[in-house]
Ligand binder design. Structure first.
Ligand SMILES: Nc1ncnc2c1ncn2[C@@H]1O[C@H](COP(=O)(O)OP(=O)(O)O)[C@@H](O)[C@H]1O
Ligand SMILES: C[C@@](O)(CCOP(=O)(O)O)CC(=O)O
Ligand SMILES: [Mg+2]
Length: 397
């Protein structure tokens, strides 16, 4: 069986409020970024499945004959859902040689690819193909690179398997799937996230799938269409961390101190709800300085809460201190423990203030840039419409 070529991309995200608390059923507000992950799937006749992940220096090929041995008897009867097929995960872990339960960057990416590939094709014939992925997102820095990767895998493999149609018409540069197909993509991406994160809330893959700004509560996704244009500075402290480890740490703390941690999670929930209310007010009445004062206070309070949850880091404290000297307010975004933070810029924040802040943060060894938010969710592309530099990288494989 030869599958058709597919070219897709999905955006990264920034969480405005609600990271970690969202894993425990609280509200999160998240927004897509203009940084994307691109995936090219090519049907081949080599009898191999190859995966090229240049961001993480991973280049692997498997014979179809060895992958066929991994298909569990139950495969094919299974639909996407809230739980992983434990038997398939066990076989895959053994196959790639992960014995102690700990997955490194390469193993997590490989495992999630093989899991979705075998789940989708296991009940019919495994096709020979090559998947290559390139991302503009920093890996493991809180901007949802794992979700963008999982959304790309899910959309391309679902499309190649024929489970969803390819939305791109011959004359199109890029196209999006219908709501029902997006729901399927989101479900399979969530499974990829489960392998990478352990216990994901699903907010990241929802943003990667639908794009824009959304409110997420216990799997329920509400797109926020009426939001003001926000100016946000993104800073990558470049301190490496693992979402899986940080999420597990917060859970331990909640189990150890339930009566102390529950009010903190409730307070984060209230912050998300208050922020949502302010953002909505800003679209239907004249925006005032007071709106921004409240948004800034919410950022400060949430950053303290995240420190209480144990997901802060000295580099993030530095970010908050440096920006505060310019009158700007910051918090970590994503899982924390290093990685990225967001800084809210006010409409009147002068370009020179932004410039000196960026320079001060760069002097701390951080990457820092003003970002635009609200990019489109997962898309299929005609390869010719994709940025030259991305094509150049993906064409190498
Ligand atoms: N471009 C990519 N290529 C391959 N794997 C990726 C890529 N981006 C992310 N991943 C996978 O996602 C993991 C990082 O996920 P995570 O710790 O959740 O951080 P993030 O905040 O970036 O989502 C990596 O270890 C890797 O397994
Ligand atoms: C901490 C958390 O809320 C967000 C994690 O985002 P990231 O992987 O750090 O980009 C976890 C989750 O929602 O699944
Ligand atoms: Mg992640």
């Amino acid at each position: 069986m030869t599958v058709k070529d597919v070219f897709v991309s999905a955006p990264g995200k920034a969480i405005l409020h609600g990271e970690h608390a969202v894993v425990h059923g609280k509200v999160a507000l998240a927004v897509s970024l203009n940084l994307r992950t691109y995936l090219r799937l090519k049907g081949t006749t080599t009898g191999k499945v190859c995966i090229n992940l240049p961001n993480i220096d991973t280049f692997l090929c498997y014979d179809l004959s060895e992958l066929k041995q991994l298909i569990p008897v139950s495969c094919g009867k299974r639909e996407e859902g809230k739980r992983l097929d434990a038997e398939l995960v066990r076989r895959l872990r053994e196959f790639i040689g992960v014995t102690d339960g700990n997955l490194d960057t390469c193993n997590m990416a490989t495992l999630s690819f093989l899991y979705i590939y075998i789940s989708l094709f296991g009940s019919s014939e495994l096709p020979s193909l090559t998947v290559s992925v390139w991302s503009e997102l920093p890996t493991g820095a809180g901007l949802g690179s794992s979700a963008a990767y999982s959304v790309c895998l899910a959309s391309a493999l679902l499309c190649a398997s024929g489970a969803i149609p390819a939305p791109l018409k011959e004359s199109d540069q890029s196209a999006r799937w219908c709501q029902e197909d997006l729901e399927q993509i989101n479900s399979w991406a969530f499974q990829g996230e489960m392998i990478i994160h352990g216990n994901p809330s699903g907010v990241d893959n929802a943003v990667g799938t639908w794009g824009g700004m959304l409110r997420f509560l216990a799997g329920k996704i509400i797109p926020l269409s009426r939001v003001p244009l926000l100016r946000i500075l993104l800073t990558n402290t470049k301190v490496p961390r693992s979402t899986k480890v940080l999420v597990a740490g917060v859970k331990d703390k909640i189990n150890k101190f339930p009566s102390i941690m529950t009010p903190v999670l409730d307070s984060v929930d209230a912050i998300s709800c208050t922020c949502e209310k302010i953002l909505s007010e800003m679209t239907c009445e004249p925006i005032t300085g007071e709106h921004y004062n409240i948004l800034e206070e919410l950022i400060d309070i949430n950053q303290h809460h995240l420190n209480v949850m144990g997901v802060g880091h000295p580099s993030l404290d530095t970010l908050c201190q440096v920006t505060l000297t310019k009158g700007l307010h910051s918090k970590l975004t994503g899982a924390g423990g290093g990685g990225c933070g967001i800084t809210l810029l006010r409409p009147e924040t002068d370009a020179s203030v932004v410039q000196t802040t960026v320079q001060d943060l760069k002097d701390c060894g951080f990457d820092c840039w003003e970002t635009s938010i609200g990019g489109p969710g997962v898309q299929q592309h005609s390869p010719l419409s994709v940025k030259e530099e991305v094509l150049e990288i993906l064409n190498r494989y």
